[in-house]
Design a protein around this ligand. Structure first.
Ligand code: NAD
Ligand code: UGA
Length: 464
């Protein structure tokens, strides 16, 4: 089947960048990204491409090139579904906050709504592609909904999980380690659908990097990949605590261990804890699935990755309190970085939220600076926790426009996101404008400890 029209439901961190690259690399395909969030679509269509809703290095140039040519952003979901031969579902799949599986299972209501909408609108055969991260065997439920429309339309369901990381989305999409496509490879129609999607990617990805499997392997591989990645971070973070007790240095340990080619050097950067919208949610989902099959040991094994991560965030915050003579009540603490990693404006599950909440419970006053995150977002993140009232959050937390302003007159500075610009701050000047003793807590191992000590700071670096 030749693909000339693609629709993507969900214009978020995955749908937006992924479709922008497909449009750029496949000028012969019309790509329409639809969303029910009117504000988000309006931002994608903003005349000034610098105002698109997602910050990713290099993305605005690609949007500029393709938008209006063969890349479109719209709220007209039905229209885009009707026109497309291939429909990507790229909606959010958060952890359930109610009912059975609350706090663990993936909430699939948005996925199901999409399936029902596709079923209702479609008049011609469609290939439906799961782009969202889904529990293994979700395609079965989708198939059930789609095949009961009674209107004779044939649906093929593919799983095509996305492996991009935020902050490097464009480079990850342009040169992926692999593209994974799961389909019903035992049937002629299934193979045709798989080949149609392979042909789309083949416009810029070599065949050796396109992997095809059955649907279940594809769905489960995505959860497995995220679990393995998060596990590496928790593993090195577990060692960071031991390093602090023993005089070992976690970077030296990571380097020594990572040079073993069987282990590899990537993803061994110790931190204040991993954040982001997916690691925690996907592992909880994996734990839930394992438990639902009665695989309690498997579930416990993976749950430990989350337990360690929560511990890492808590112990970082607790150490601030302990170091500041066991009280931060009424003390000003500067938080540098709110995003869950550098080069993104995404704050979902960011360690900064939890560290700040802990310090606020200890009655600290928080001043935040992040180069890409808005004050509105920071307050929203704290309000969402429900620990205190919205107005308390606004009176205890100040958001400012420069790192210098955040640090001025503070008792302590905590670096929680590894933004490059923090490396180049005038730390001498910052020191002079702080209360003494001036404490600095580096949760990212970003700064030069020896130099900061020379300036006069009392420095604490995670893992050493
Ligand atoms: P997101 O919240 O940024 O975007 C999802 C969008 O879907 C939202 O704009 C929402 O309004 C829209 N939406 C929800 N229901 C809809 C409906 N019925 N019709 C139209 N639009 C609808 O989420 P995201 O970060 O892009 O993640 C999407 C999926 O991709 C998740 O399953 C996630 O696990 C997975 N994933 C995310 C990343 C990442 O880096 N963020 C990477 C790989 C995979
Ligand atoms: C992660 C995966 O890397 C992607 O492959 C996957 O597609 C995506 O999740 C997803 O499914 O959503 P992302 O969360 O965007 O991508 O970013 P990562 O680079 O993986 O970082 C996640 C968190 O771990 C960040 O808070 C980061 O600071 C932290 N981290 C990462 C460390 O603390 N140490 C490391 O060595 C690496």
């Amino acid at each position: 089947m030749k693909i000339t029209n693609i629709c993507c439901i969900g214009a978020g961190y995955v749908g937006g960048p992924t479709m922008a690259i497909i449009a750029q690399k496949c000028p012969h395909i019309n790509v329409t990204v639809v969303d029910i969030n009117e504000k988000r679509i309006a931002a994608w269509n903003d005349e000034d491409v610098n105002n698109i809703p997602i910050y990713e290095p290099g993305l605005s140039d690609i949007v500029k090139e393709a938008r209006g040519r063969n890349l479109f952003f719209s709220t007209k979901v039905d229209e885009a579904i009707d026109k497309a031969e291939m429909i990507f579902i790229s909606v959010n799949t958060p952890t359930k906050t109610y009912g059975i599986g609350k706090g663990m299972a993936a909430d699939l209501k948005f996925i199901e709504l999409c399936a029902r909408q596709i079923a209702r609108v479609s008049k011609t055969d469609k290939i439906v592609v799961e782009k969202s991260t889904l529990p293994v065997r979700t395609a079965e439920a989708l198939k059930n909904i789609l095949e009961n429309t009674g209107n004779g339309v044939n649906f093929q369901i593919l799983s095509n999980p996305e492996f991009l990381a935020e902050g490097t989305a464009v480079e990850d999409l342009l040169a992926p380690d692999r593209v994974l496509i799961g389909g019903d490879i035992d049937t002629e129609k299934g193979r045709e659908a798989v080949n149609a999607l392979v042909s789309v990617y083949a416009n810029w990805v070599t065949k050796e990097h396109i992997l095809t499997t059955n649907v279940w392997s594809s769905e489960l591989s995505k959860l497995t990949a995220n679990a393995f990645l998060a596990q590496r971070v928790s593993s090195i973070n577990a060692m960071s605590e031991l390093c602090e007790k023993t005089g070992a240095d976690v970077n030296e340990v990571a380097k020594a261990v990572g040079m073993d080619s069987r282990i590899g050097s990537k993803f061994l950067q110790s931190s204040v804890g991993f954040g982001g919208s997916c690691f925690q949610k996907d592992i909880l989902n994996l734990v839930y699935i394992a438990k639902s099959f009665g695989l309690n040991e498997v579930a416990d094994y993976w749950e430990q990755v989350i337990i360690l991560n929560n511990h890492q965030k808590r112990r970082f915050a607790a150490n601030i309190v302990k170091t500041l003579f066991n009280t931060v009540s009424g003390k000003k603490i500067a938080i540098l970085g709110w995003a869950f990693k550098k080069d993104t404006n995404d704050t979902r599950e960011s360690a900064a939220i939890y560290v700040s909440d802990y310090l606020l419970n200890e009655q600290a006053e928080i001043v935040v600076y992040d180069p890409k995150v808005t004050a509105e977002q920071i307050y929203e993140d704290l309000d969402y926790l429900g620990t205190r009232t919205d107005s308390e959050n606004r009176s205890l937390v100040k958001v400012v426009n420069t790192a210098e302003e955040a640090c001025g007159n503070s008792h302590a500075v905590a670096v929680l996101t590894e933004w490059d610009e923090f490396k180049n701050l005038d730390w001498q000047q910052i020191y002079e404008n702080m209360l003494k003793p001036a404490f600095l807590f580096d949760g990212r191992r970003l700064l030069n400890k020896a130099e900061l000590k020379k300036v006069g700071f009392e420095v604490f670096v995670i893992g050493s």
